[in-house]
Design a protein around this ligand. Structure first.
Ligand SMILES: [Ca+2]
Length: 297
């Protein structure tokens, strides 16, 4: 009888552990990696947009535009070993065409906290790539440097357009907001006035050029676990007469959840007070940078 009790207890412990692991895994899956883009068409006029993500991706959510200009259809599926996302049937208040100079908006979430755009382009009325169309993109990533308690943000140039060679990309006006929880994907854009107020200039993110295959990094003090980190920045071609330009100027909004390595998250010395101190320090850093920028002519 005693042996049975012990076995039962073990069984309950195993079940509890399994449930915890399941919940941990589920939480990991549910929290997505969100990307939203405002794309201003630099011409010629276009009908629709196609984005090719590298490898197999699970798109768990998508956002199809502002009320003033919205795509009526969205489709995703494999193209060879990659994943395509297609926004079709654009409707706006005039000609249902993405005119030169017009800004449209798309967004998506993937299940695995990361996705890399391999190619992106405007399409014509038949859904085919407009000849020569390449919308520049740079992939945002992050990692933790445990020894230095730092969060390292990165911008990696991984665009391999189906037409032409990869070109250098100019990233500018990087802003960041640290929030207690994630912003819903439909509110991760310029129409969210509160988000716009929270976004502050990120020191070192004023302007940088990233060559094909290269990486640019910025370091931050580690935010508290589960902080939602929102980045906003401008992506375009280098601004000189000779540099090839993107077919759009993109303002990207990227959101991820700051989650330190498990070993650190479980460490008893990582108290709430310590993380709060780091959070306050980080906010003060960002505020200081913003105030310095405002004072400078
Ligand atoms: Ca239009």
């Amino acid at each position: 009888m005693k042996r049975l009790d012990y076995t039962t207890r073990c069984s309950v412990m195993v079940r509890t552990l399994s449930t915890c692991l399941f919940l941990l895994f589920t939480a990991h899956v549910v929290l997505g990696y969100d990307v939203n883009k405002d794309l201003r068409n630099l011409g010629p006029p276009a009908h629709d947009l196609t984005v090719i993500l590298s490898g197999a991706e699970t798109v768990i959510n998508h956002y199809d535009g502002y009320p003033s200009g919205r795509f009526q259809s969205f489709a995703t599926g494999p193209v060879g070993s990659n994943t395509a996302m297609r926004w079709d049937n654009f409707r706006d208040n005039d000609n249902n065409i993405i005119d030169t100079g017009q800004t449209i908006h798309v967004g998506w979430s993937t299940a695995d906290h990361s996705s890399h755009i391999k190619d992106m382009y405007w399409t014509d009325s038949t859904g085919q790539r407009i000849r020569g169309s390449v919308v520049f993109n740079i992939t945002t990533g992050w990692r933790y440097e445990v020894a230095r308690e730092a969060l390292i943000l990165s911008w990696r140039h991984e665009l391999v357009p189906g037409e032409g060679d990869p070109r250098p990309i100019l990233v500018s006006n990087v802003h960041m907001a640290l929030l207690p929880g994630p912003v819903p994907i439909e509110e991760l854009n310029a129409e969210n006035r509160m988000l716009e107020e929270w976004l502050q200039p990120l020191p070192g993110g004023e302007s940088f050029i990233v060559a094909p295959g290269e990486l640019h990094e910025l370091w931050l003090p580690m935010p508290p676990p589960n902080t939602a980190v929102v980045l906003r920045y401008v992506v375009e071609g280098p601004q000189n007469d000779f540099a090839p330009q993107s077919s759009a100027v993109s303002v990207d909004y990227v959101q991820f959840i700051a989650r330190p390595p498990v070993s650190q998250a479980l460490s008893p010395c990582k108290t709430f007070r310590a993380t709060l101190r780091r959070f306050q320090c980080l906010c003060s850093c960002v505020r200081k940078a913003a105030s310095t920028k405002r004072k400078s002519p």
